[in-house]
Design a protein around this ligand. Structure first.
Ligand code: 9D3
Length: 268
């Protein structure tokens, strides 16, 4: 896969890509990343990339000419048909499902904005899709671009050292993770749960799924609803669905107590 990032801060992208899974994916030739700086597509002495917004107001807007030229140059280095994605707080949410679909692409052009944003006509003429990484205000699209690259790159075949597939084969898909422990058996007076040292793999599996359900119930009930919907819609294997339904039931019974609803620390 080849990814081009259009950015005023190419060093920010290059620095981050040198480490961990992303660095290794590039060493292994699974991923190549290039950067294109709109500033190198200016002809005035000051290399101007921004200007004041029509209609007034605070902040500056990225000028269309250098930006479209940079997007075109980036596109030239990508396989034909590569989607041009603008990272923007106004975009559709980027999530794991989106990462899975982007993994199929041979190339991507990621456009990182700065200042108040980019000229709307660039979105109309040179952008295929707008993505946001979450509901909070950042200062530009570089970190979001890196988030997209990281989430997609780890899904590329051979990017992870682990033999297990990155397509989340975990039986707790769609839930938060269960707690993890490593040696020593006792640390600052806290011991590793007995079940994990029992060697009983069926019990371990049960315990982990229950922990995942409990954590998800407590901090992300929205995911629990989504996971339940996926189960009903048949996106899980039948055996997995049955196992999860049984444990979820058991879990809810314990939460509610013998007669009834309303536990303080769960969602309503
Ligand atoms: C007047 C309101 N503006 C600033 C307070 C809106 C605004 C402009 C530019 C908000 C954010 C940004 C820069 N953000 C991004 O480029 C961005 C982003 C984000 O802020 N949140 C979540 N995802 C993304 S993707 C790109």
């Amino acid at each position: 896969m080849h990814i081009e990032v259009v950015t005023l801060f190419p060093e920010m992208i290059r620095q981050a890509l040198a480490h961990g899974v992303l660095g290794r994916a590039q060493e292994r030739g699974l991923l190549t990343v290039g950067c294109e700086d709109p500033r190198s597509h200016t002809s005035d002495v000051h290399h101007t990339v921004d200007d004041r917004p029509y209609g007034g107001g605070p902040g500056m807007v990225l000028k269309p000419e250098p930006l479209t030229a940079a997007i075109a140059a980036a596109q030239e280095r990508c396989p034909p048909g590569s989607r041009r994605i603008y990272l923007s707080a106004q975009g559709r949410p980027f999530d794991q499902r989106k990462a899975q679909s982007l993994r199929e692409q041979a190339g991507l052009v990621l456009v990182a904005g700065r200042y108040e944003g980019i000229d709307e006509r660039v979105i109309a003429t040179s952008i295929d899709e707008e993505l946001s990484v979450g509901d909070y205000v950042l200062s530009g699209g570089e970190l979001p671009a890196l988030i997209v690259i990281d989430a997609v790159a780890r899904l590329l075949e051979g990017a992870l050292n682990d033999a297990r597939s990155s397509v989340e084969e975990s039986f707790a898909t769609g839930l938060l993770d269960w707690p993890h422990y490593t040696r020593p058996e006792e640390f600052q007076g806290r011991v590793v749960p007995e079940v994990l040292r029992s060697g009983d793999h069926a019990q371990i599996r049960r315990w982990r799924l229950k922990q995942a359900l409990g954590k998800t119930w407590a901090v992300r009930p929205d995911l629990l609803l989504k996971a339940a919907t996926d189960a009903i819609e048949g996106q899980l294997a039948a055996a997995e669905r049955a196992e999860r339904a049984a444990l979820l039931n058991e879990f809810l019974q314990e939460r509610r107590g013998p007669q009834g609803p309303a536990n303080e620390d769960g969602p309503q």
